[in-house]
Design a protein around this ligand. Structure first.
Ligand code: LMR
Length: 328
């Protein structure tokens, strides 16, 4: 009927309009799991979208799907290999199925701050990591930073003993599981989008994440408080399908690669501010943040650092030494 034909054409137009892509443009779907506001990845992805859609208009078109609306991190890399999504920026902890090299980034107290992570990634070893999964179909285009990880739970955490016996959500990383087990915590791997509900209903007691994730996902609302442990990092690799990348016309690949590099430099330089703003936003919203004295923090180091030994074969002693030299 005319009515359903009209309804159909309205739906089709709506889909087309929301895509915002013109015929003939190469469509680049970018799927990620965080919020877009006050978040290093969310802001970087939005800026990338804006620049591609302005500067590459007529050639390429980017659609960003934040908040796990398209895929969660357990699905996105498979979807990329199938050609259903072209860009993602999962945390380095999510590449467990593809490489063991990234385990260095999950080792507790390996990097003293994000500047040290940046320096390590800019070394020859770090740069080579972007191409380490090409034979598995994935190519890294850059590293995006987030910040240092903190610990939260449904009770006050001052010493590691306070966490003993609790269940914590973890990213699907063997290193993070071992780190939690080292303090007597039972690690529960879970997709990021499920964490708030799991904390709220008591399926898990606690979690570790950065200020921007604790703020953006409102974890602080369903926890007793967050302890400023700065015990690890969350960092991302902007990743694409190697076949798709190779299939791009050279001018498109070059321009896209330049825009990604510029967005990476600009936003990585700003992550310290975004992190600090998210921390402050938690306090402003009434969240509790517990700071540790140097002696208290040393207890966490003593309890968790022994896991290095377990993973030294995967990550290479020379890489551990290189990371430590940067910290010094
Ligand atoms: C997590 O799963 O906790 C984080 O990796 C989410 C993210 O992308 O920051």
């Amino acid at each position: 009927t005319a009515v359903s034909a009209l309804a159909l054409s309205v739906t089709a137009q709506a889909a087309f309009a929301s895509a915002g892509c013109d015929e003939g443009e190469i469509v680049i779907k970018f799927s990620h799991v965080t919020n877009t506001d006050k978040h290093p990845k969310g802001i970087a992805a939005s800026l990338l979208q804006e620049r591609v859609n302005t500067e590459m208009d007529g050639k390429a078109c980017m659609e960003v799907y934040p908040n796990s609306t398209l895929y969660n991190d357990d699905q996105v890399l498979e979807a990329m290999l199938q050609g259903n999504v072209q860009l993602a920026a999962p945390s380095l902890s999510k590449f467990e199925q593809f490489t063991k090299q990234f385990r260095i980034f999950d080792l507790p107290f390996m990097f003293k701050n994000i500047a040290a992570v940046d320096e390590f990634q800019n070394s020859d070893t770090g740069q080579a990591m972007k191409e380490s999964m090409v034979r598995r179909g994935l190519l890294g285009l850059g590293f995006w930073h987030n910040g240092m990880k903190q610990m939260s739970a449904n009770k006050p955490l001052n010493s590691p003993a306070d966490a003993s016996g609790l269940k914590f959500r973890v990213q699907p990383s063997e290193v993070i599981k071992a780190q939690m087990e080292a303090i007597g915590v039972s690690p529960q791997p879970m997709a990021f989008s499920e964490v708030y509900g799991a904390l709220q209903t008591g399926v898990v007691d606690g979690q570790e994440n950065t200020w921007s994730n604790i703020y953006g996902q409102k974890f602080f609302e369903v926890q007793d408080g967050t302890t400023e442990t700065n015990h690890g990092i969350i960092d991302y690799m902007v990743v694409t399908g190697a076949d798709w990348w190779d299939s791009l016309p050279e001018d498109v690949r070059t321009q896209l690669s330049t825009i990604i590099a510029e967005v990476t430099t600009a936003r990585n330089a700003a992550v310290g501010d975004v992190d600090a703003q998210a921390r402050q936003a938690i306090l402003d919203a009434g969240g509790v943040i517990r700071e540790l004295s140097p002696e208290q923090r040393e207890e966490w180091v003593t309890a968790m650092k022994p896991v290095w030994e377990q993973f030294k074969g995967d990550v290479g002693q020379e890489n551990i030494d290189a990371a430590q030299a940067i910290n010094a």
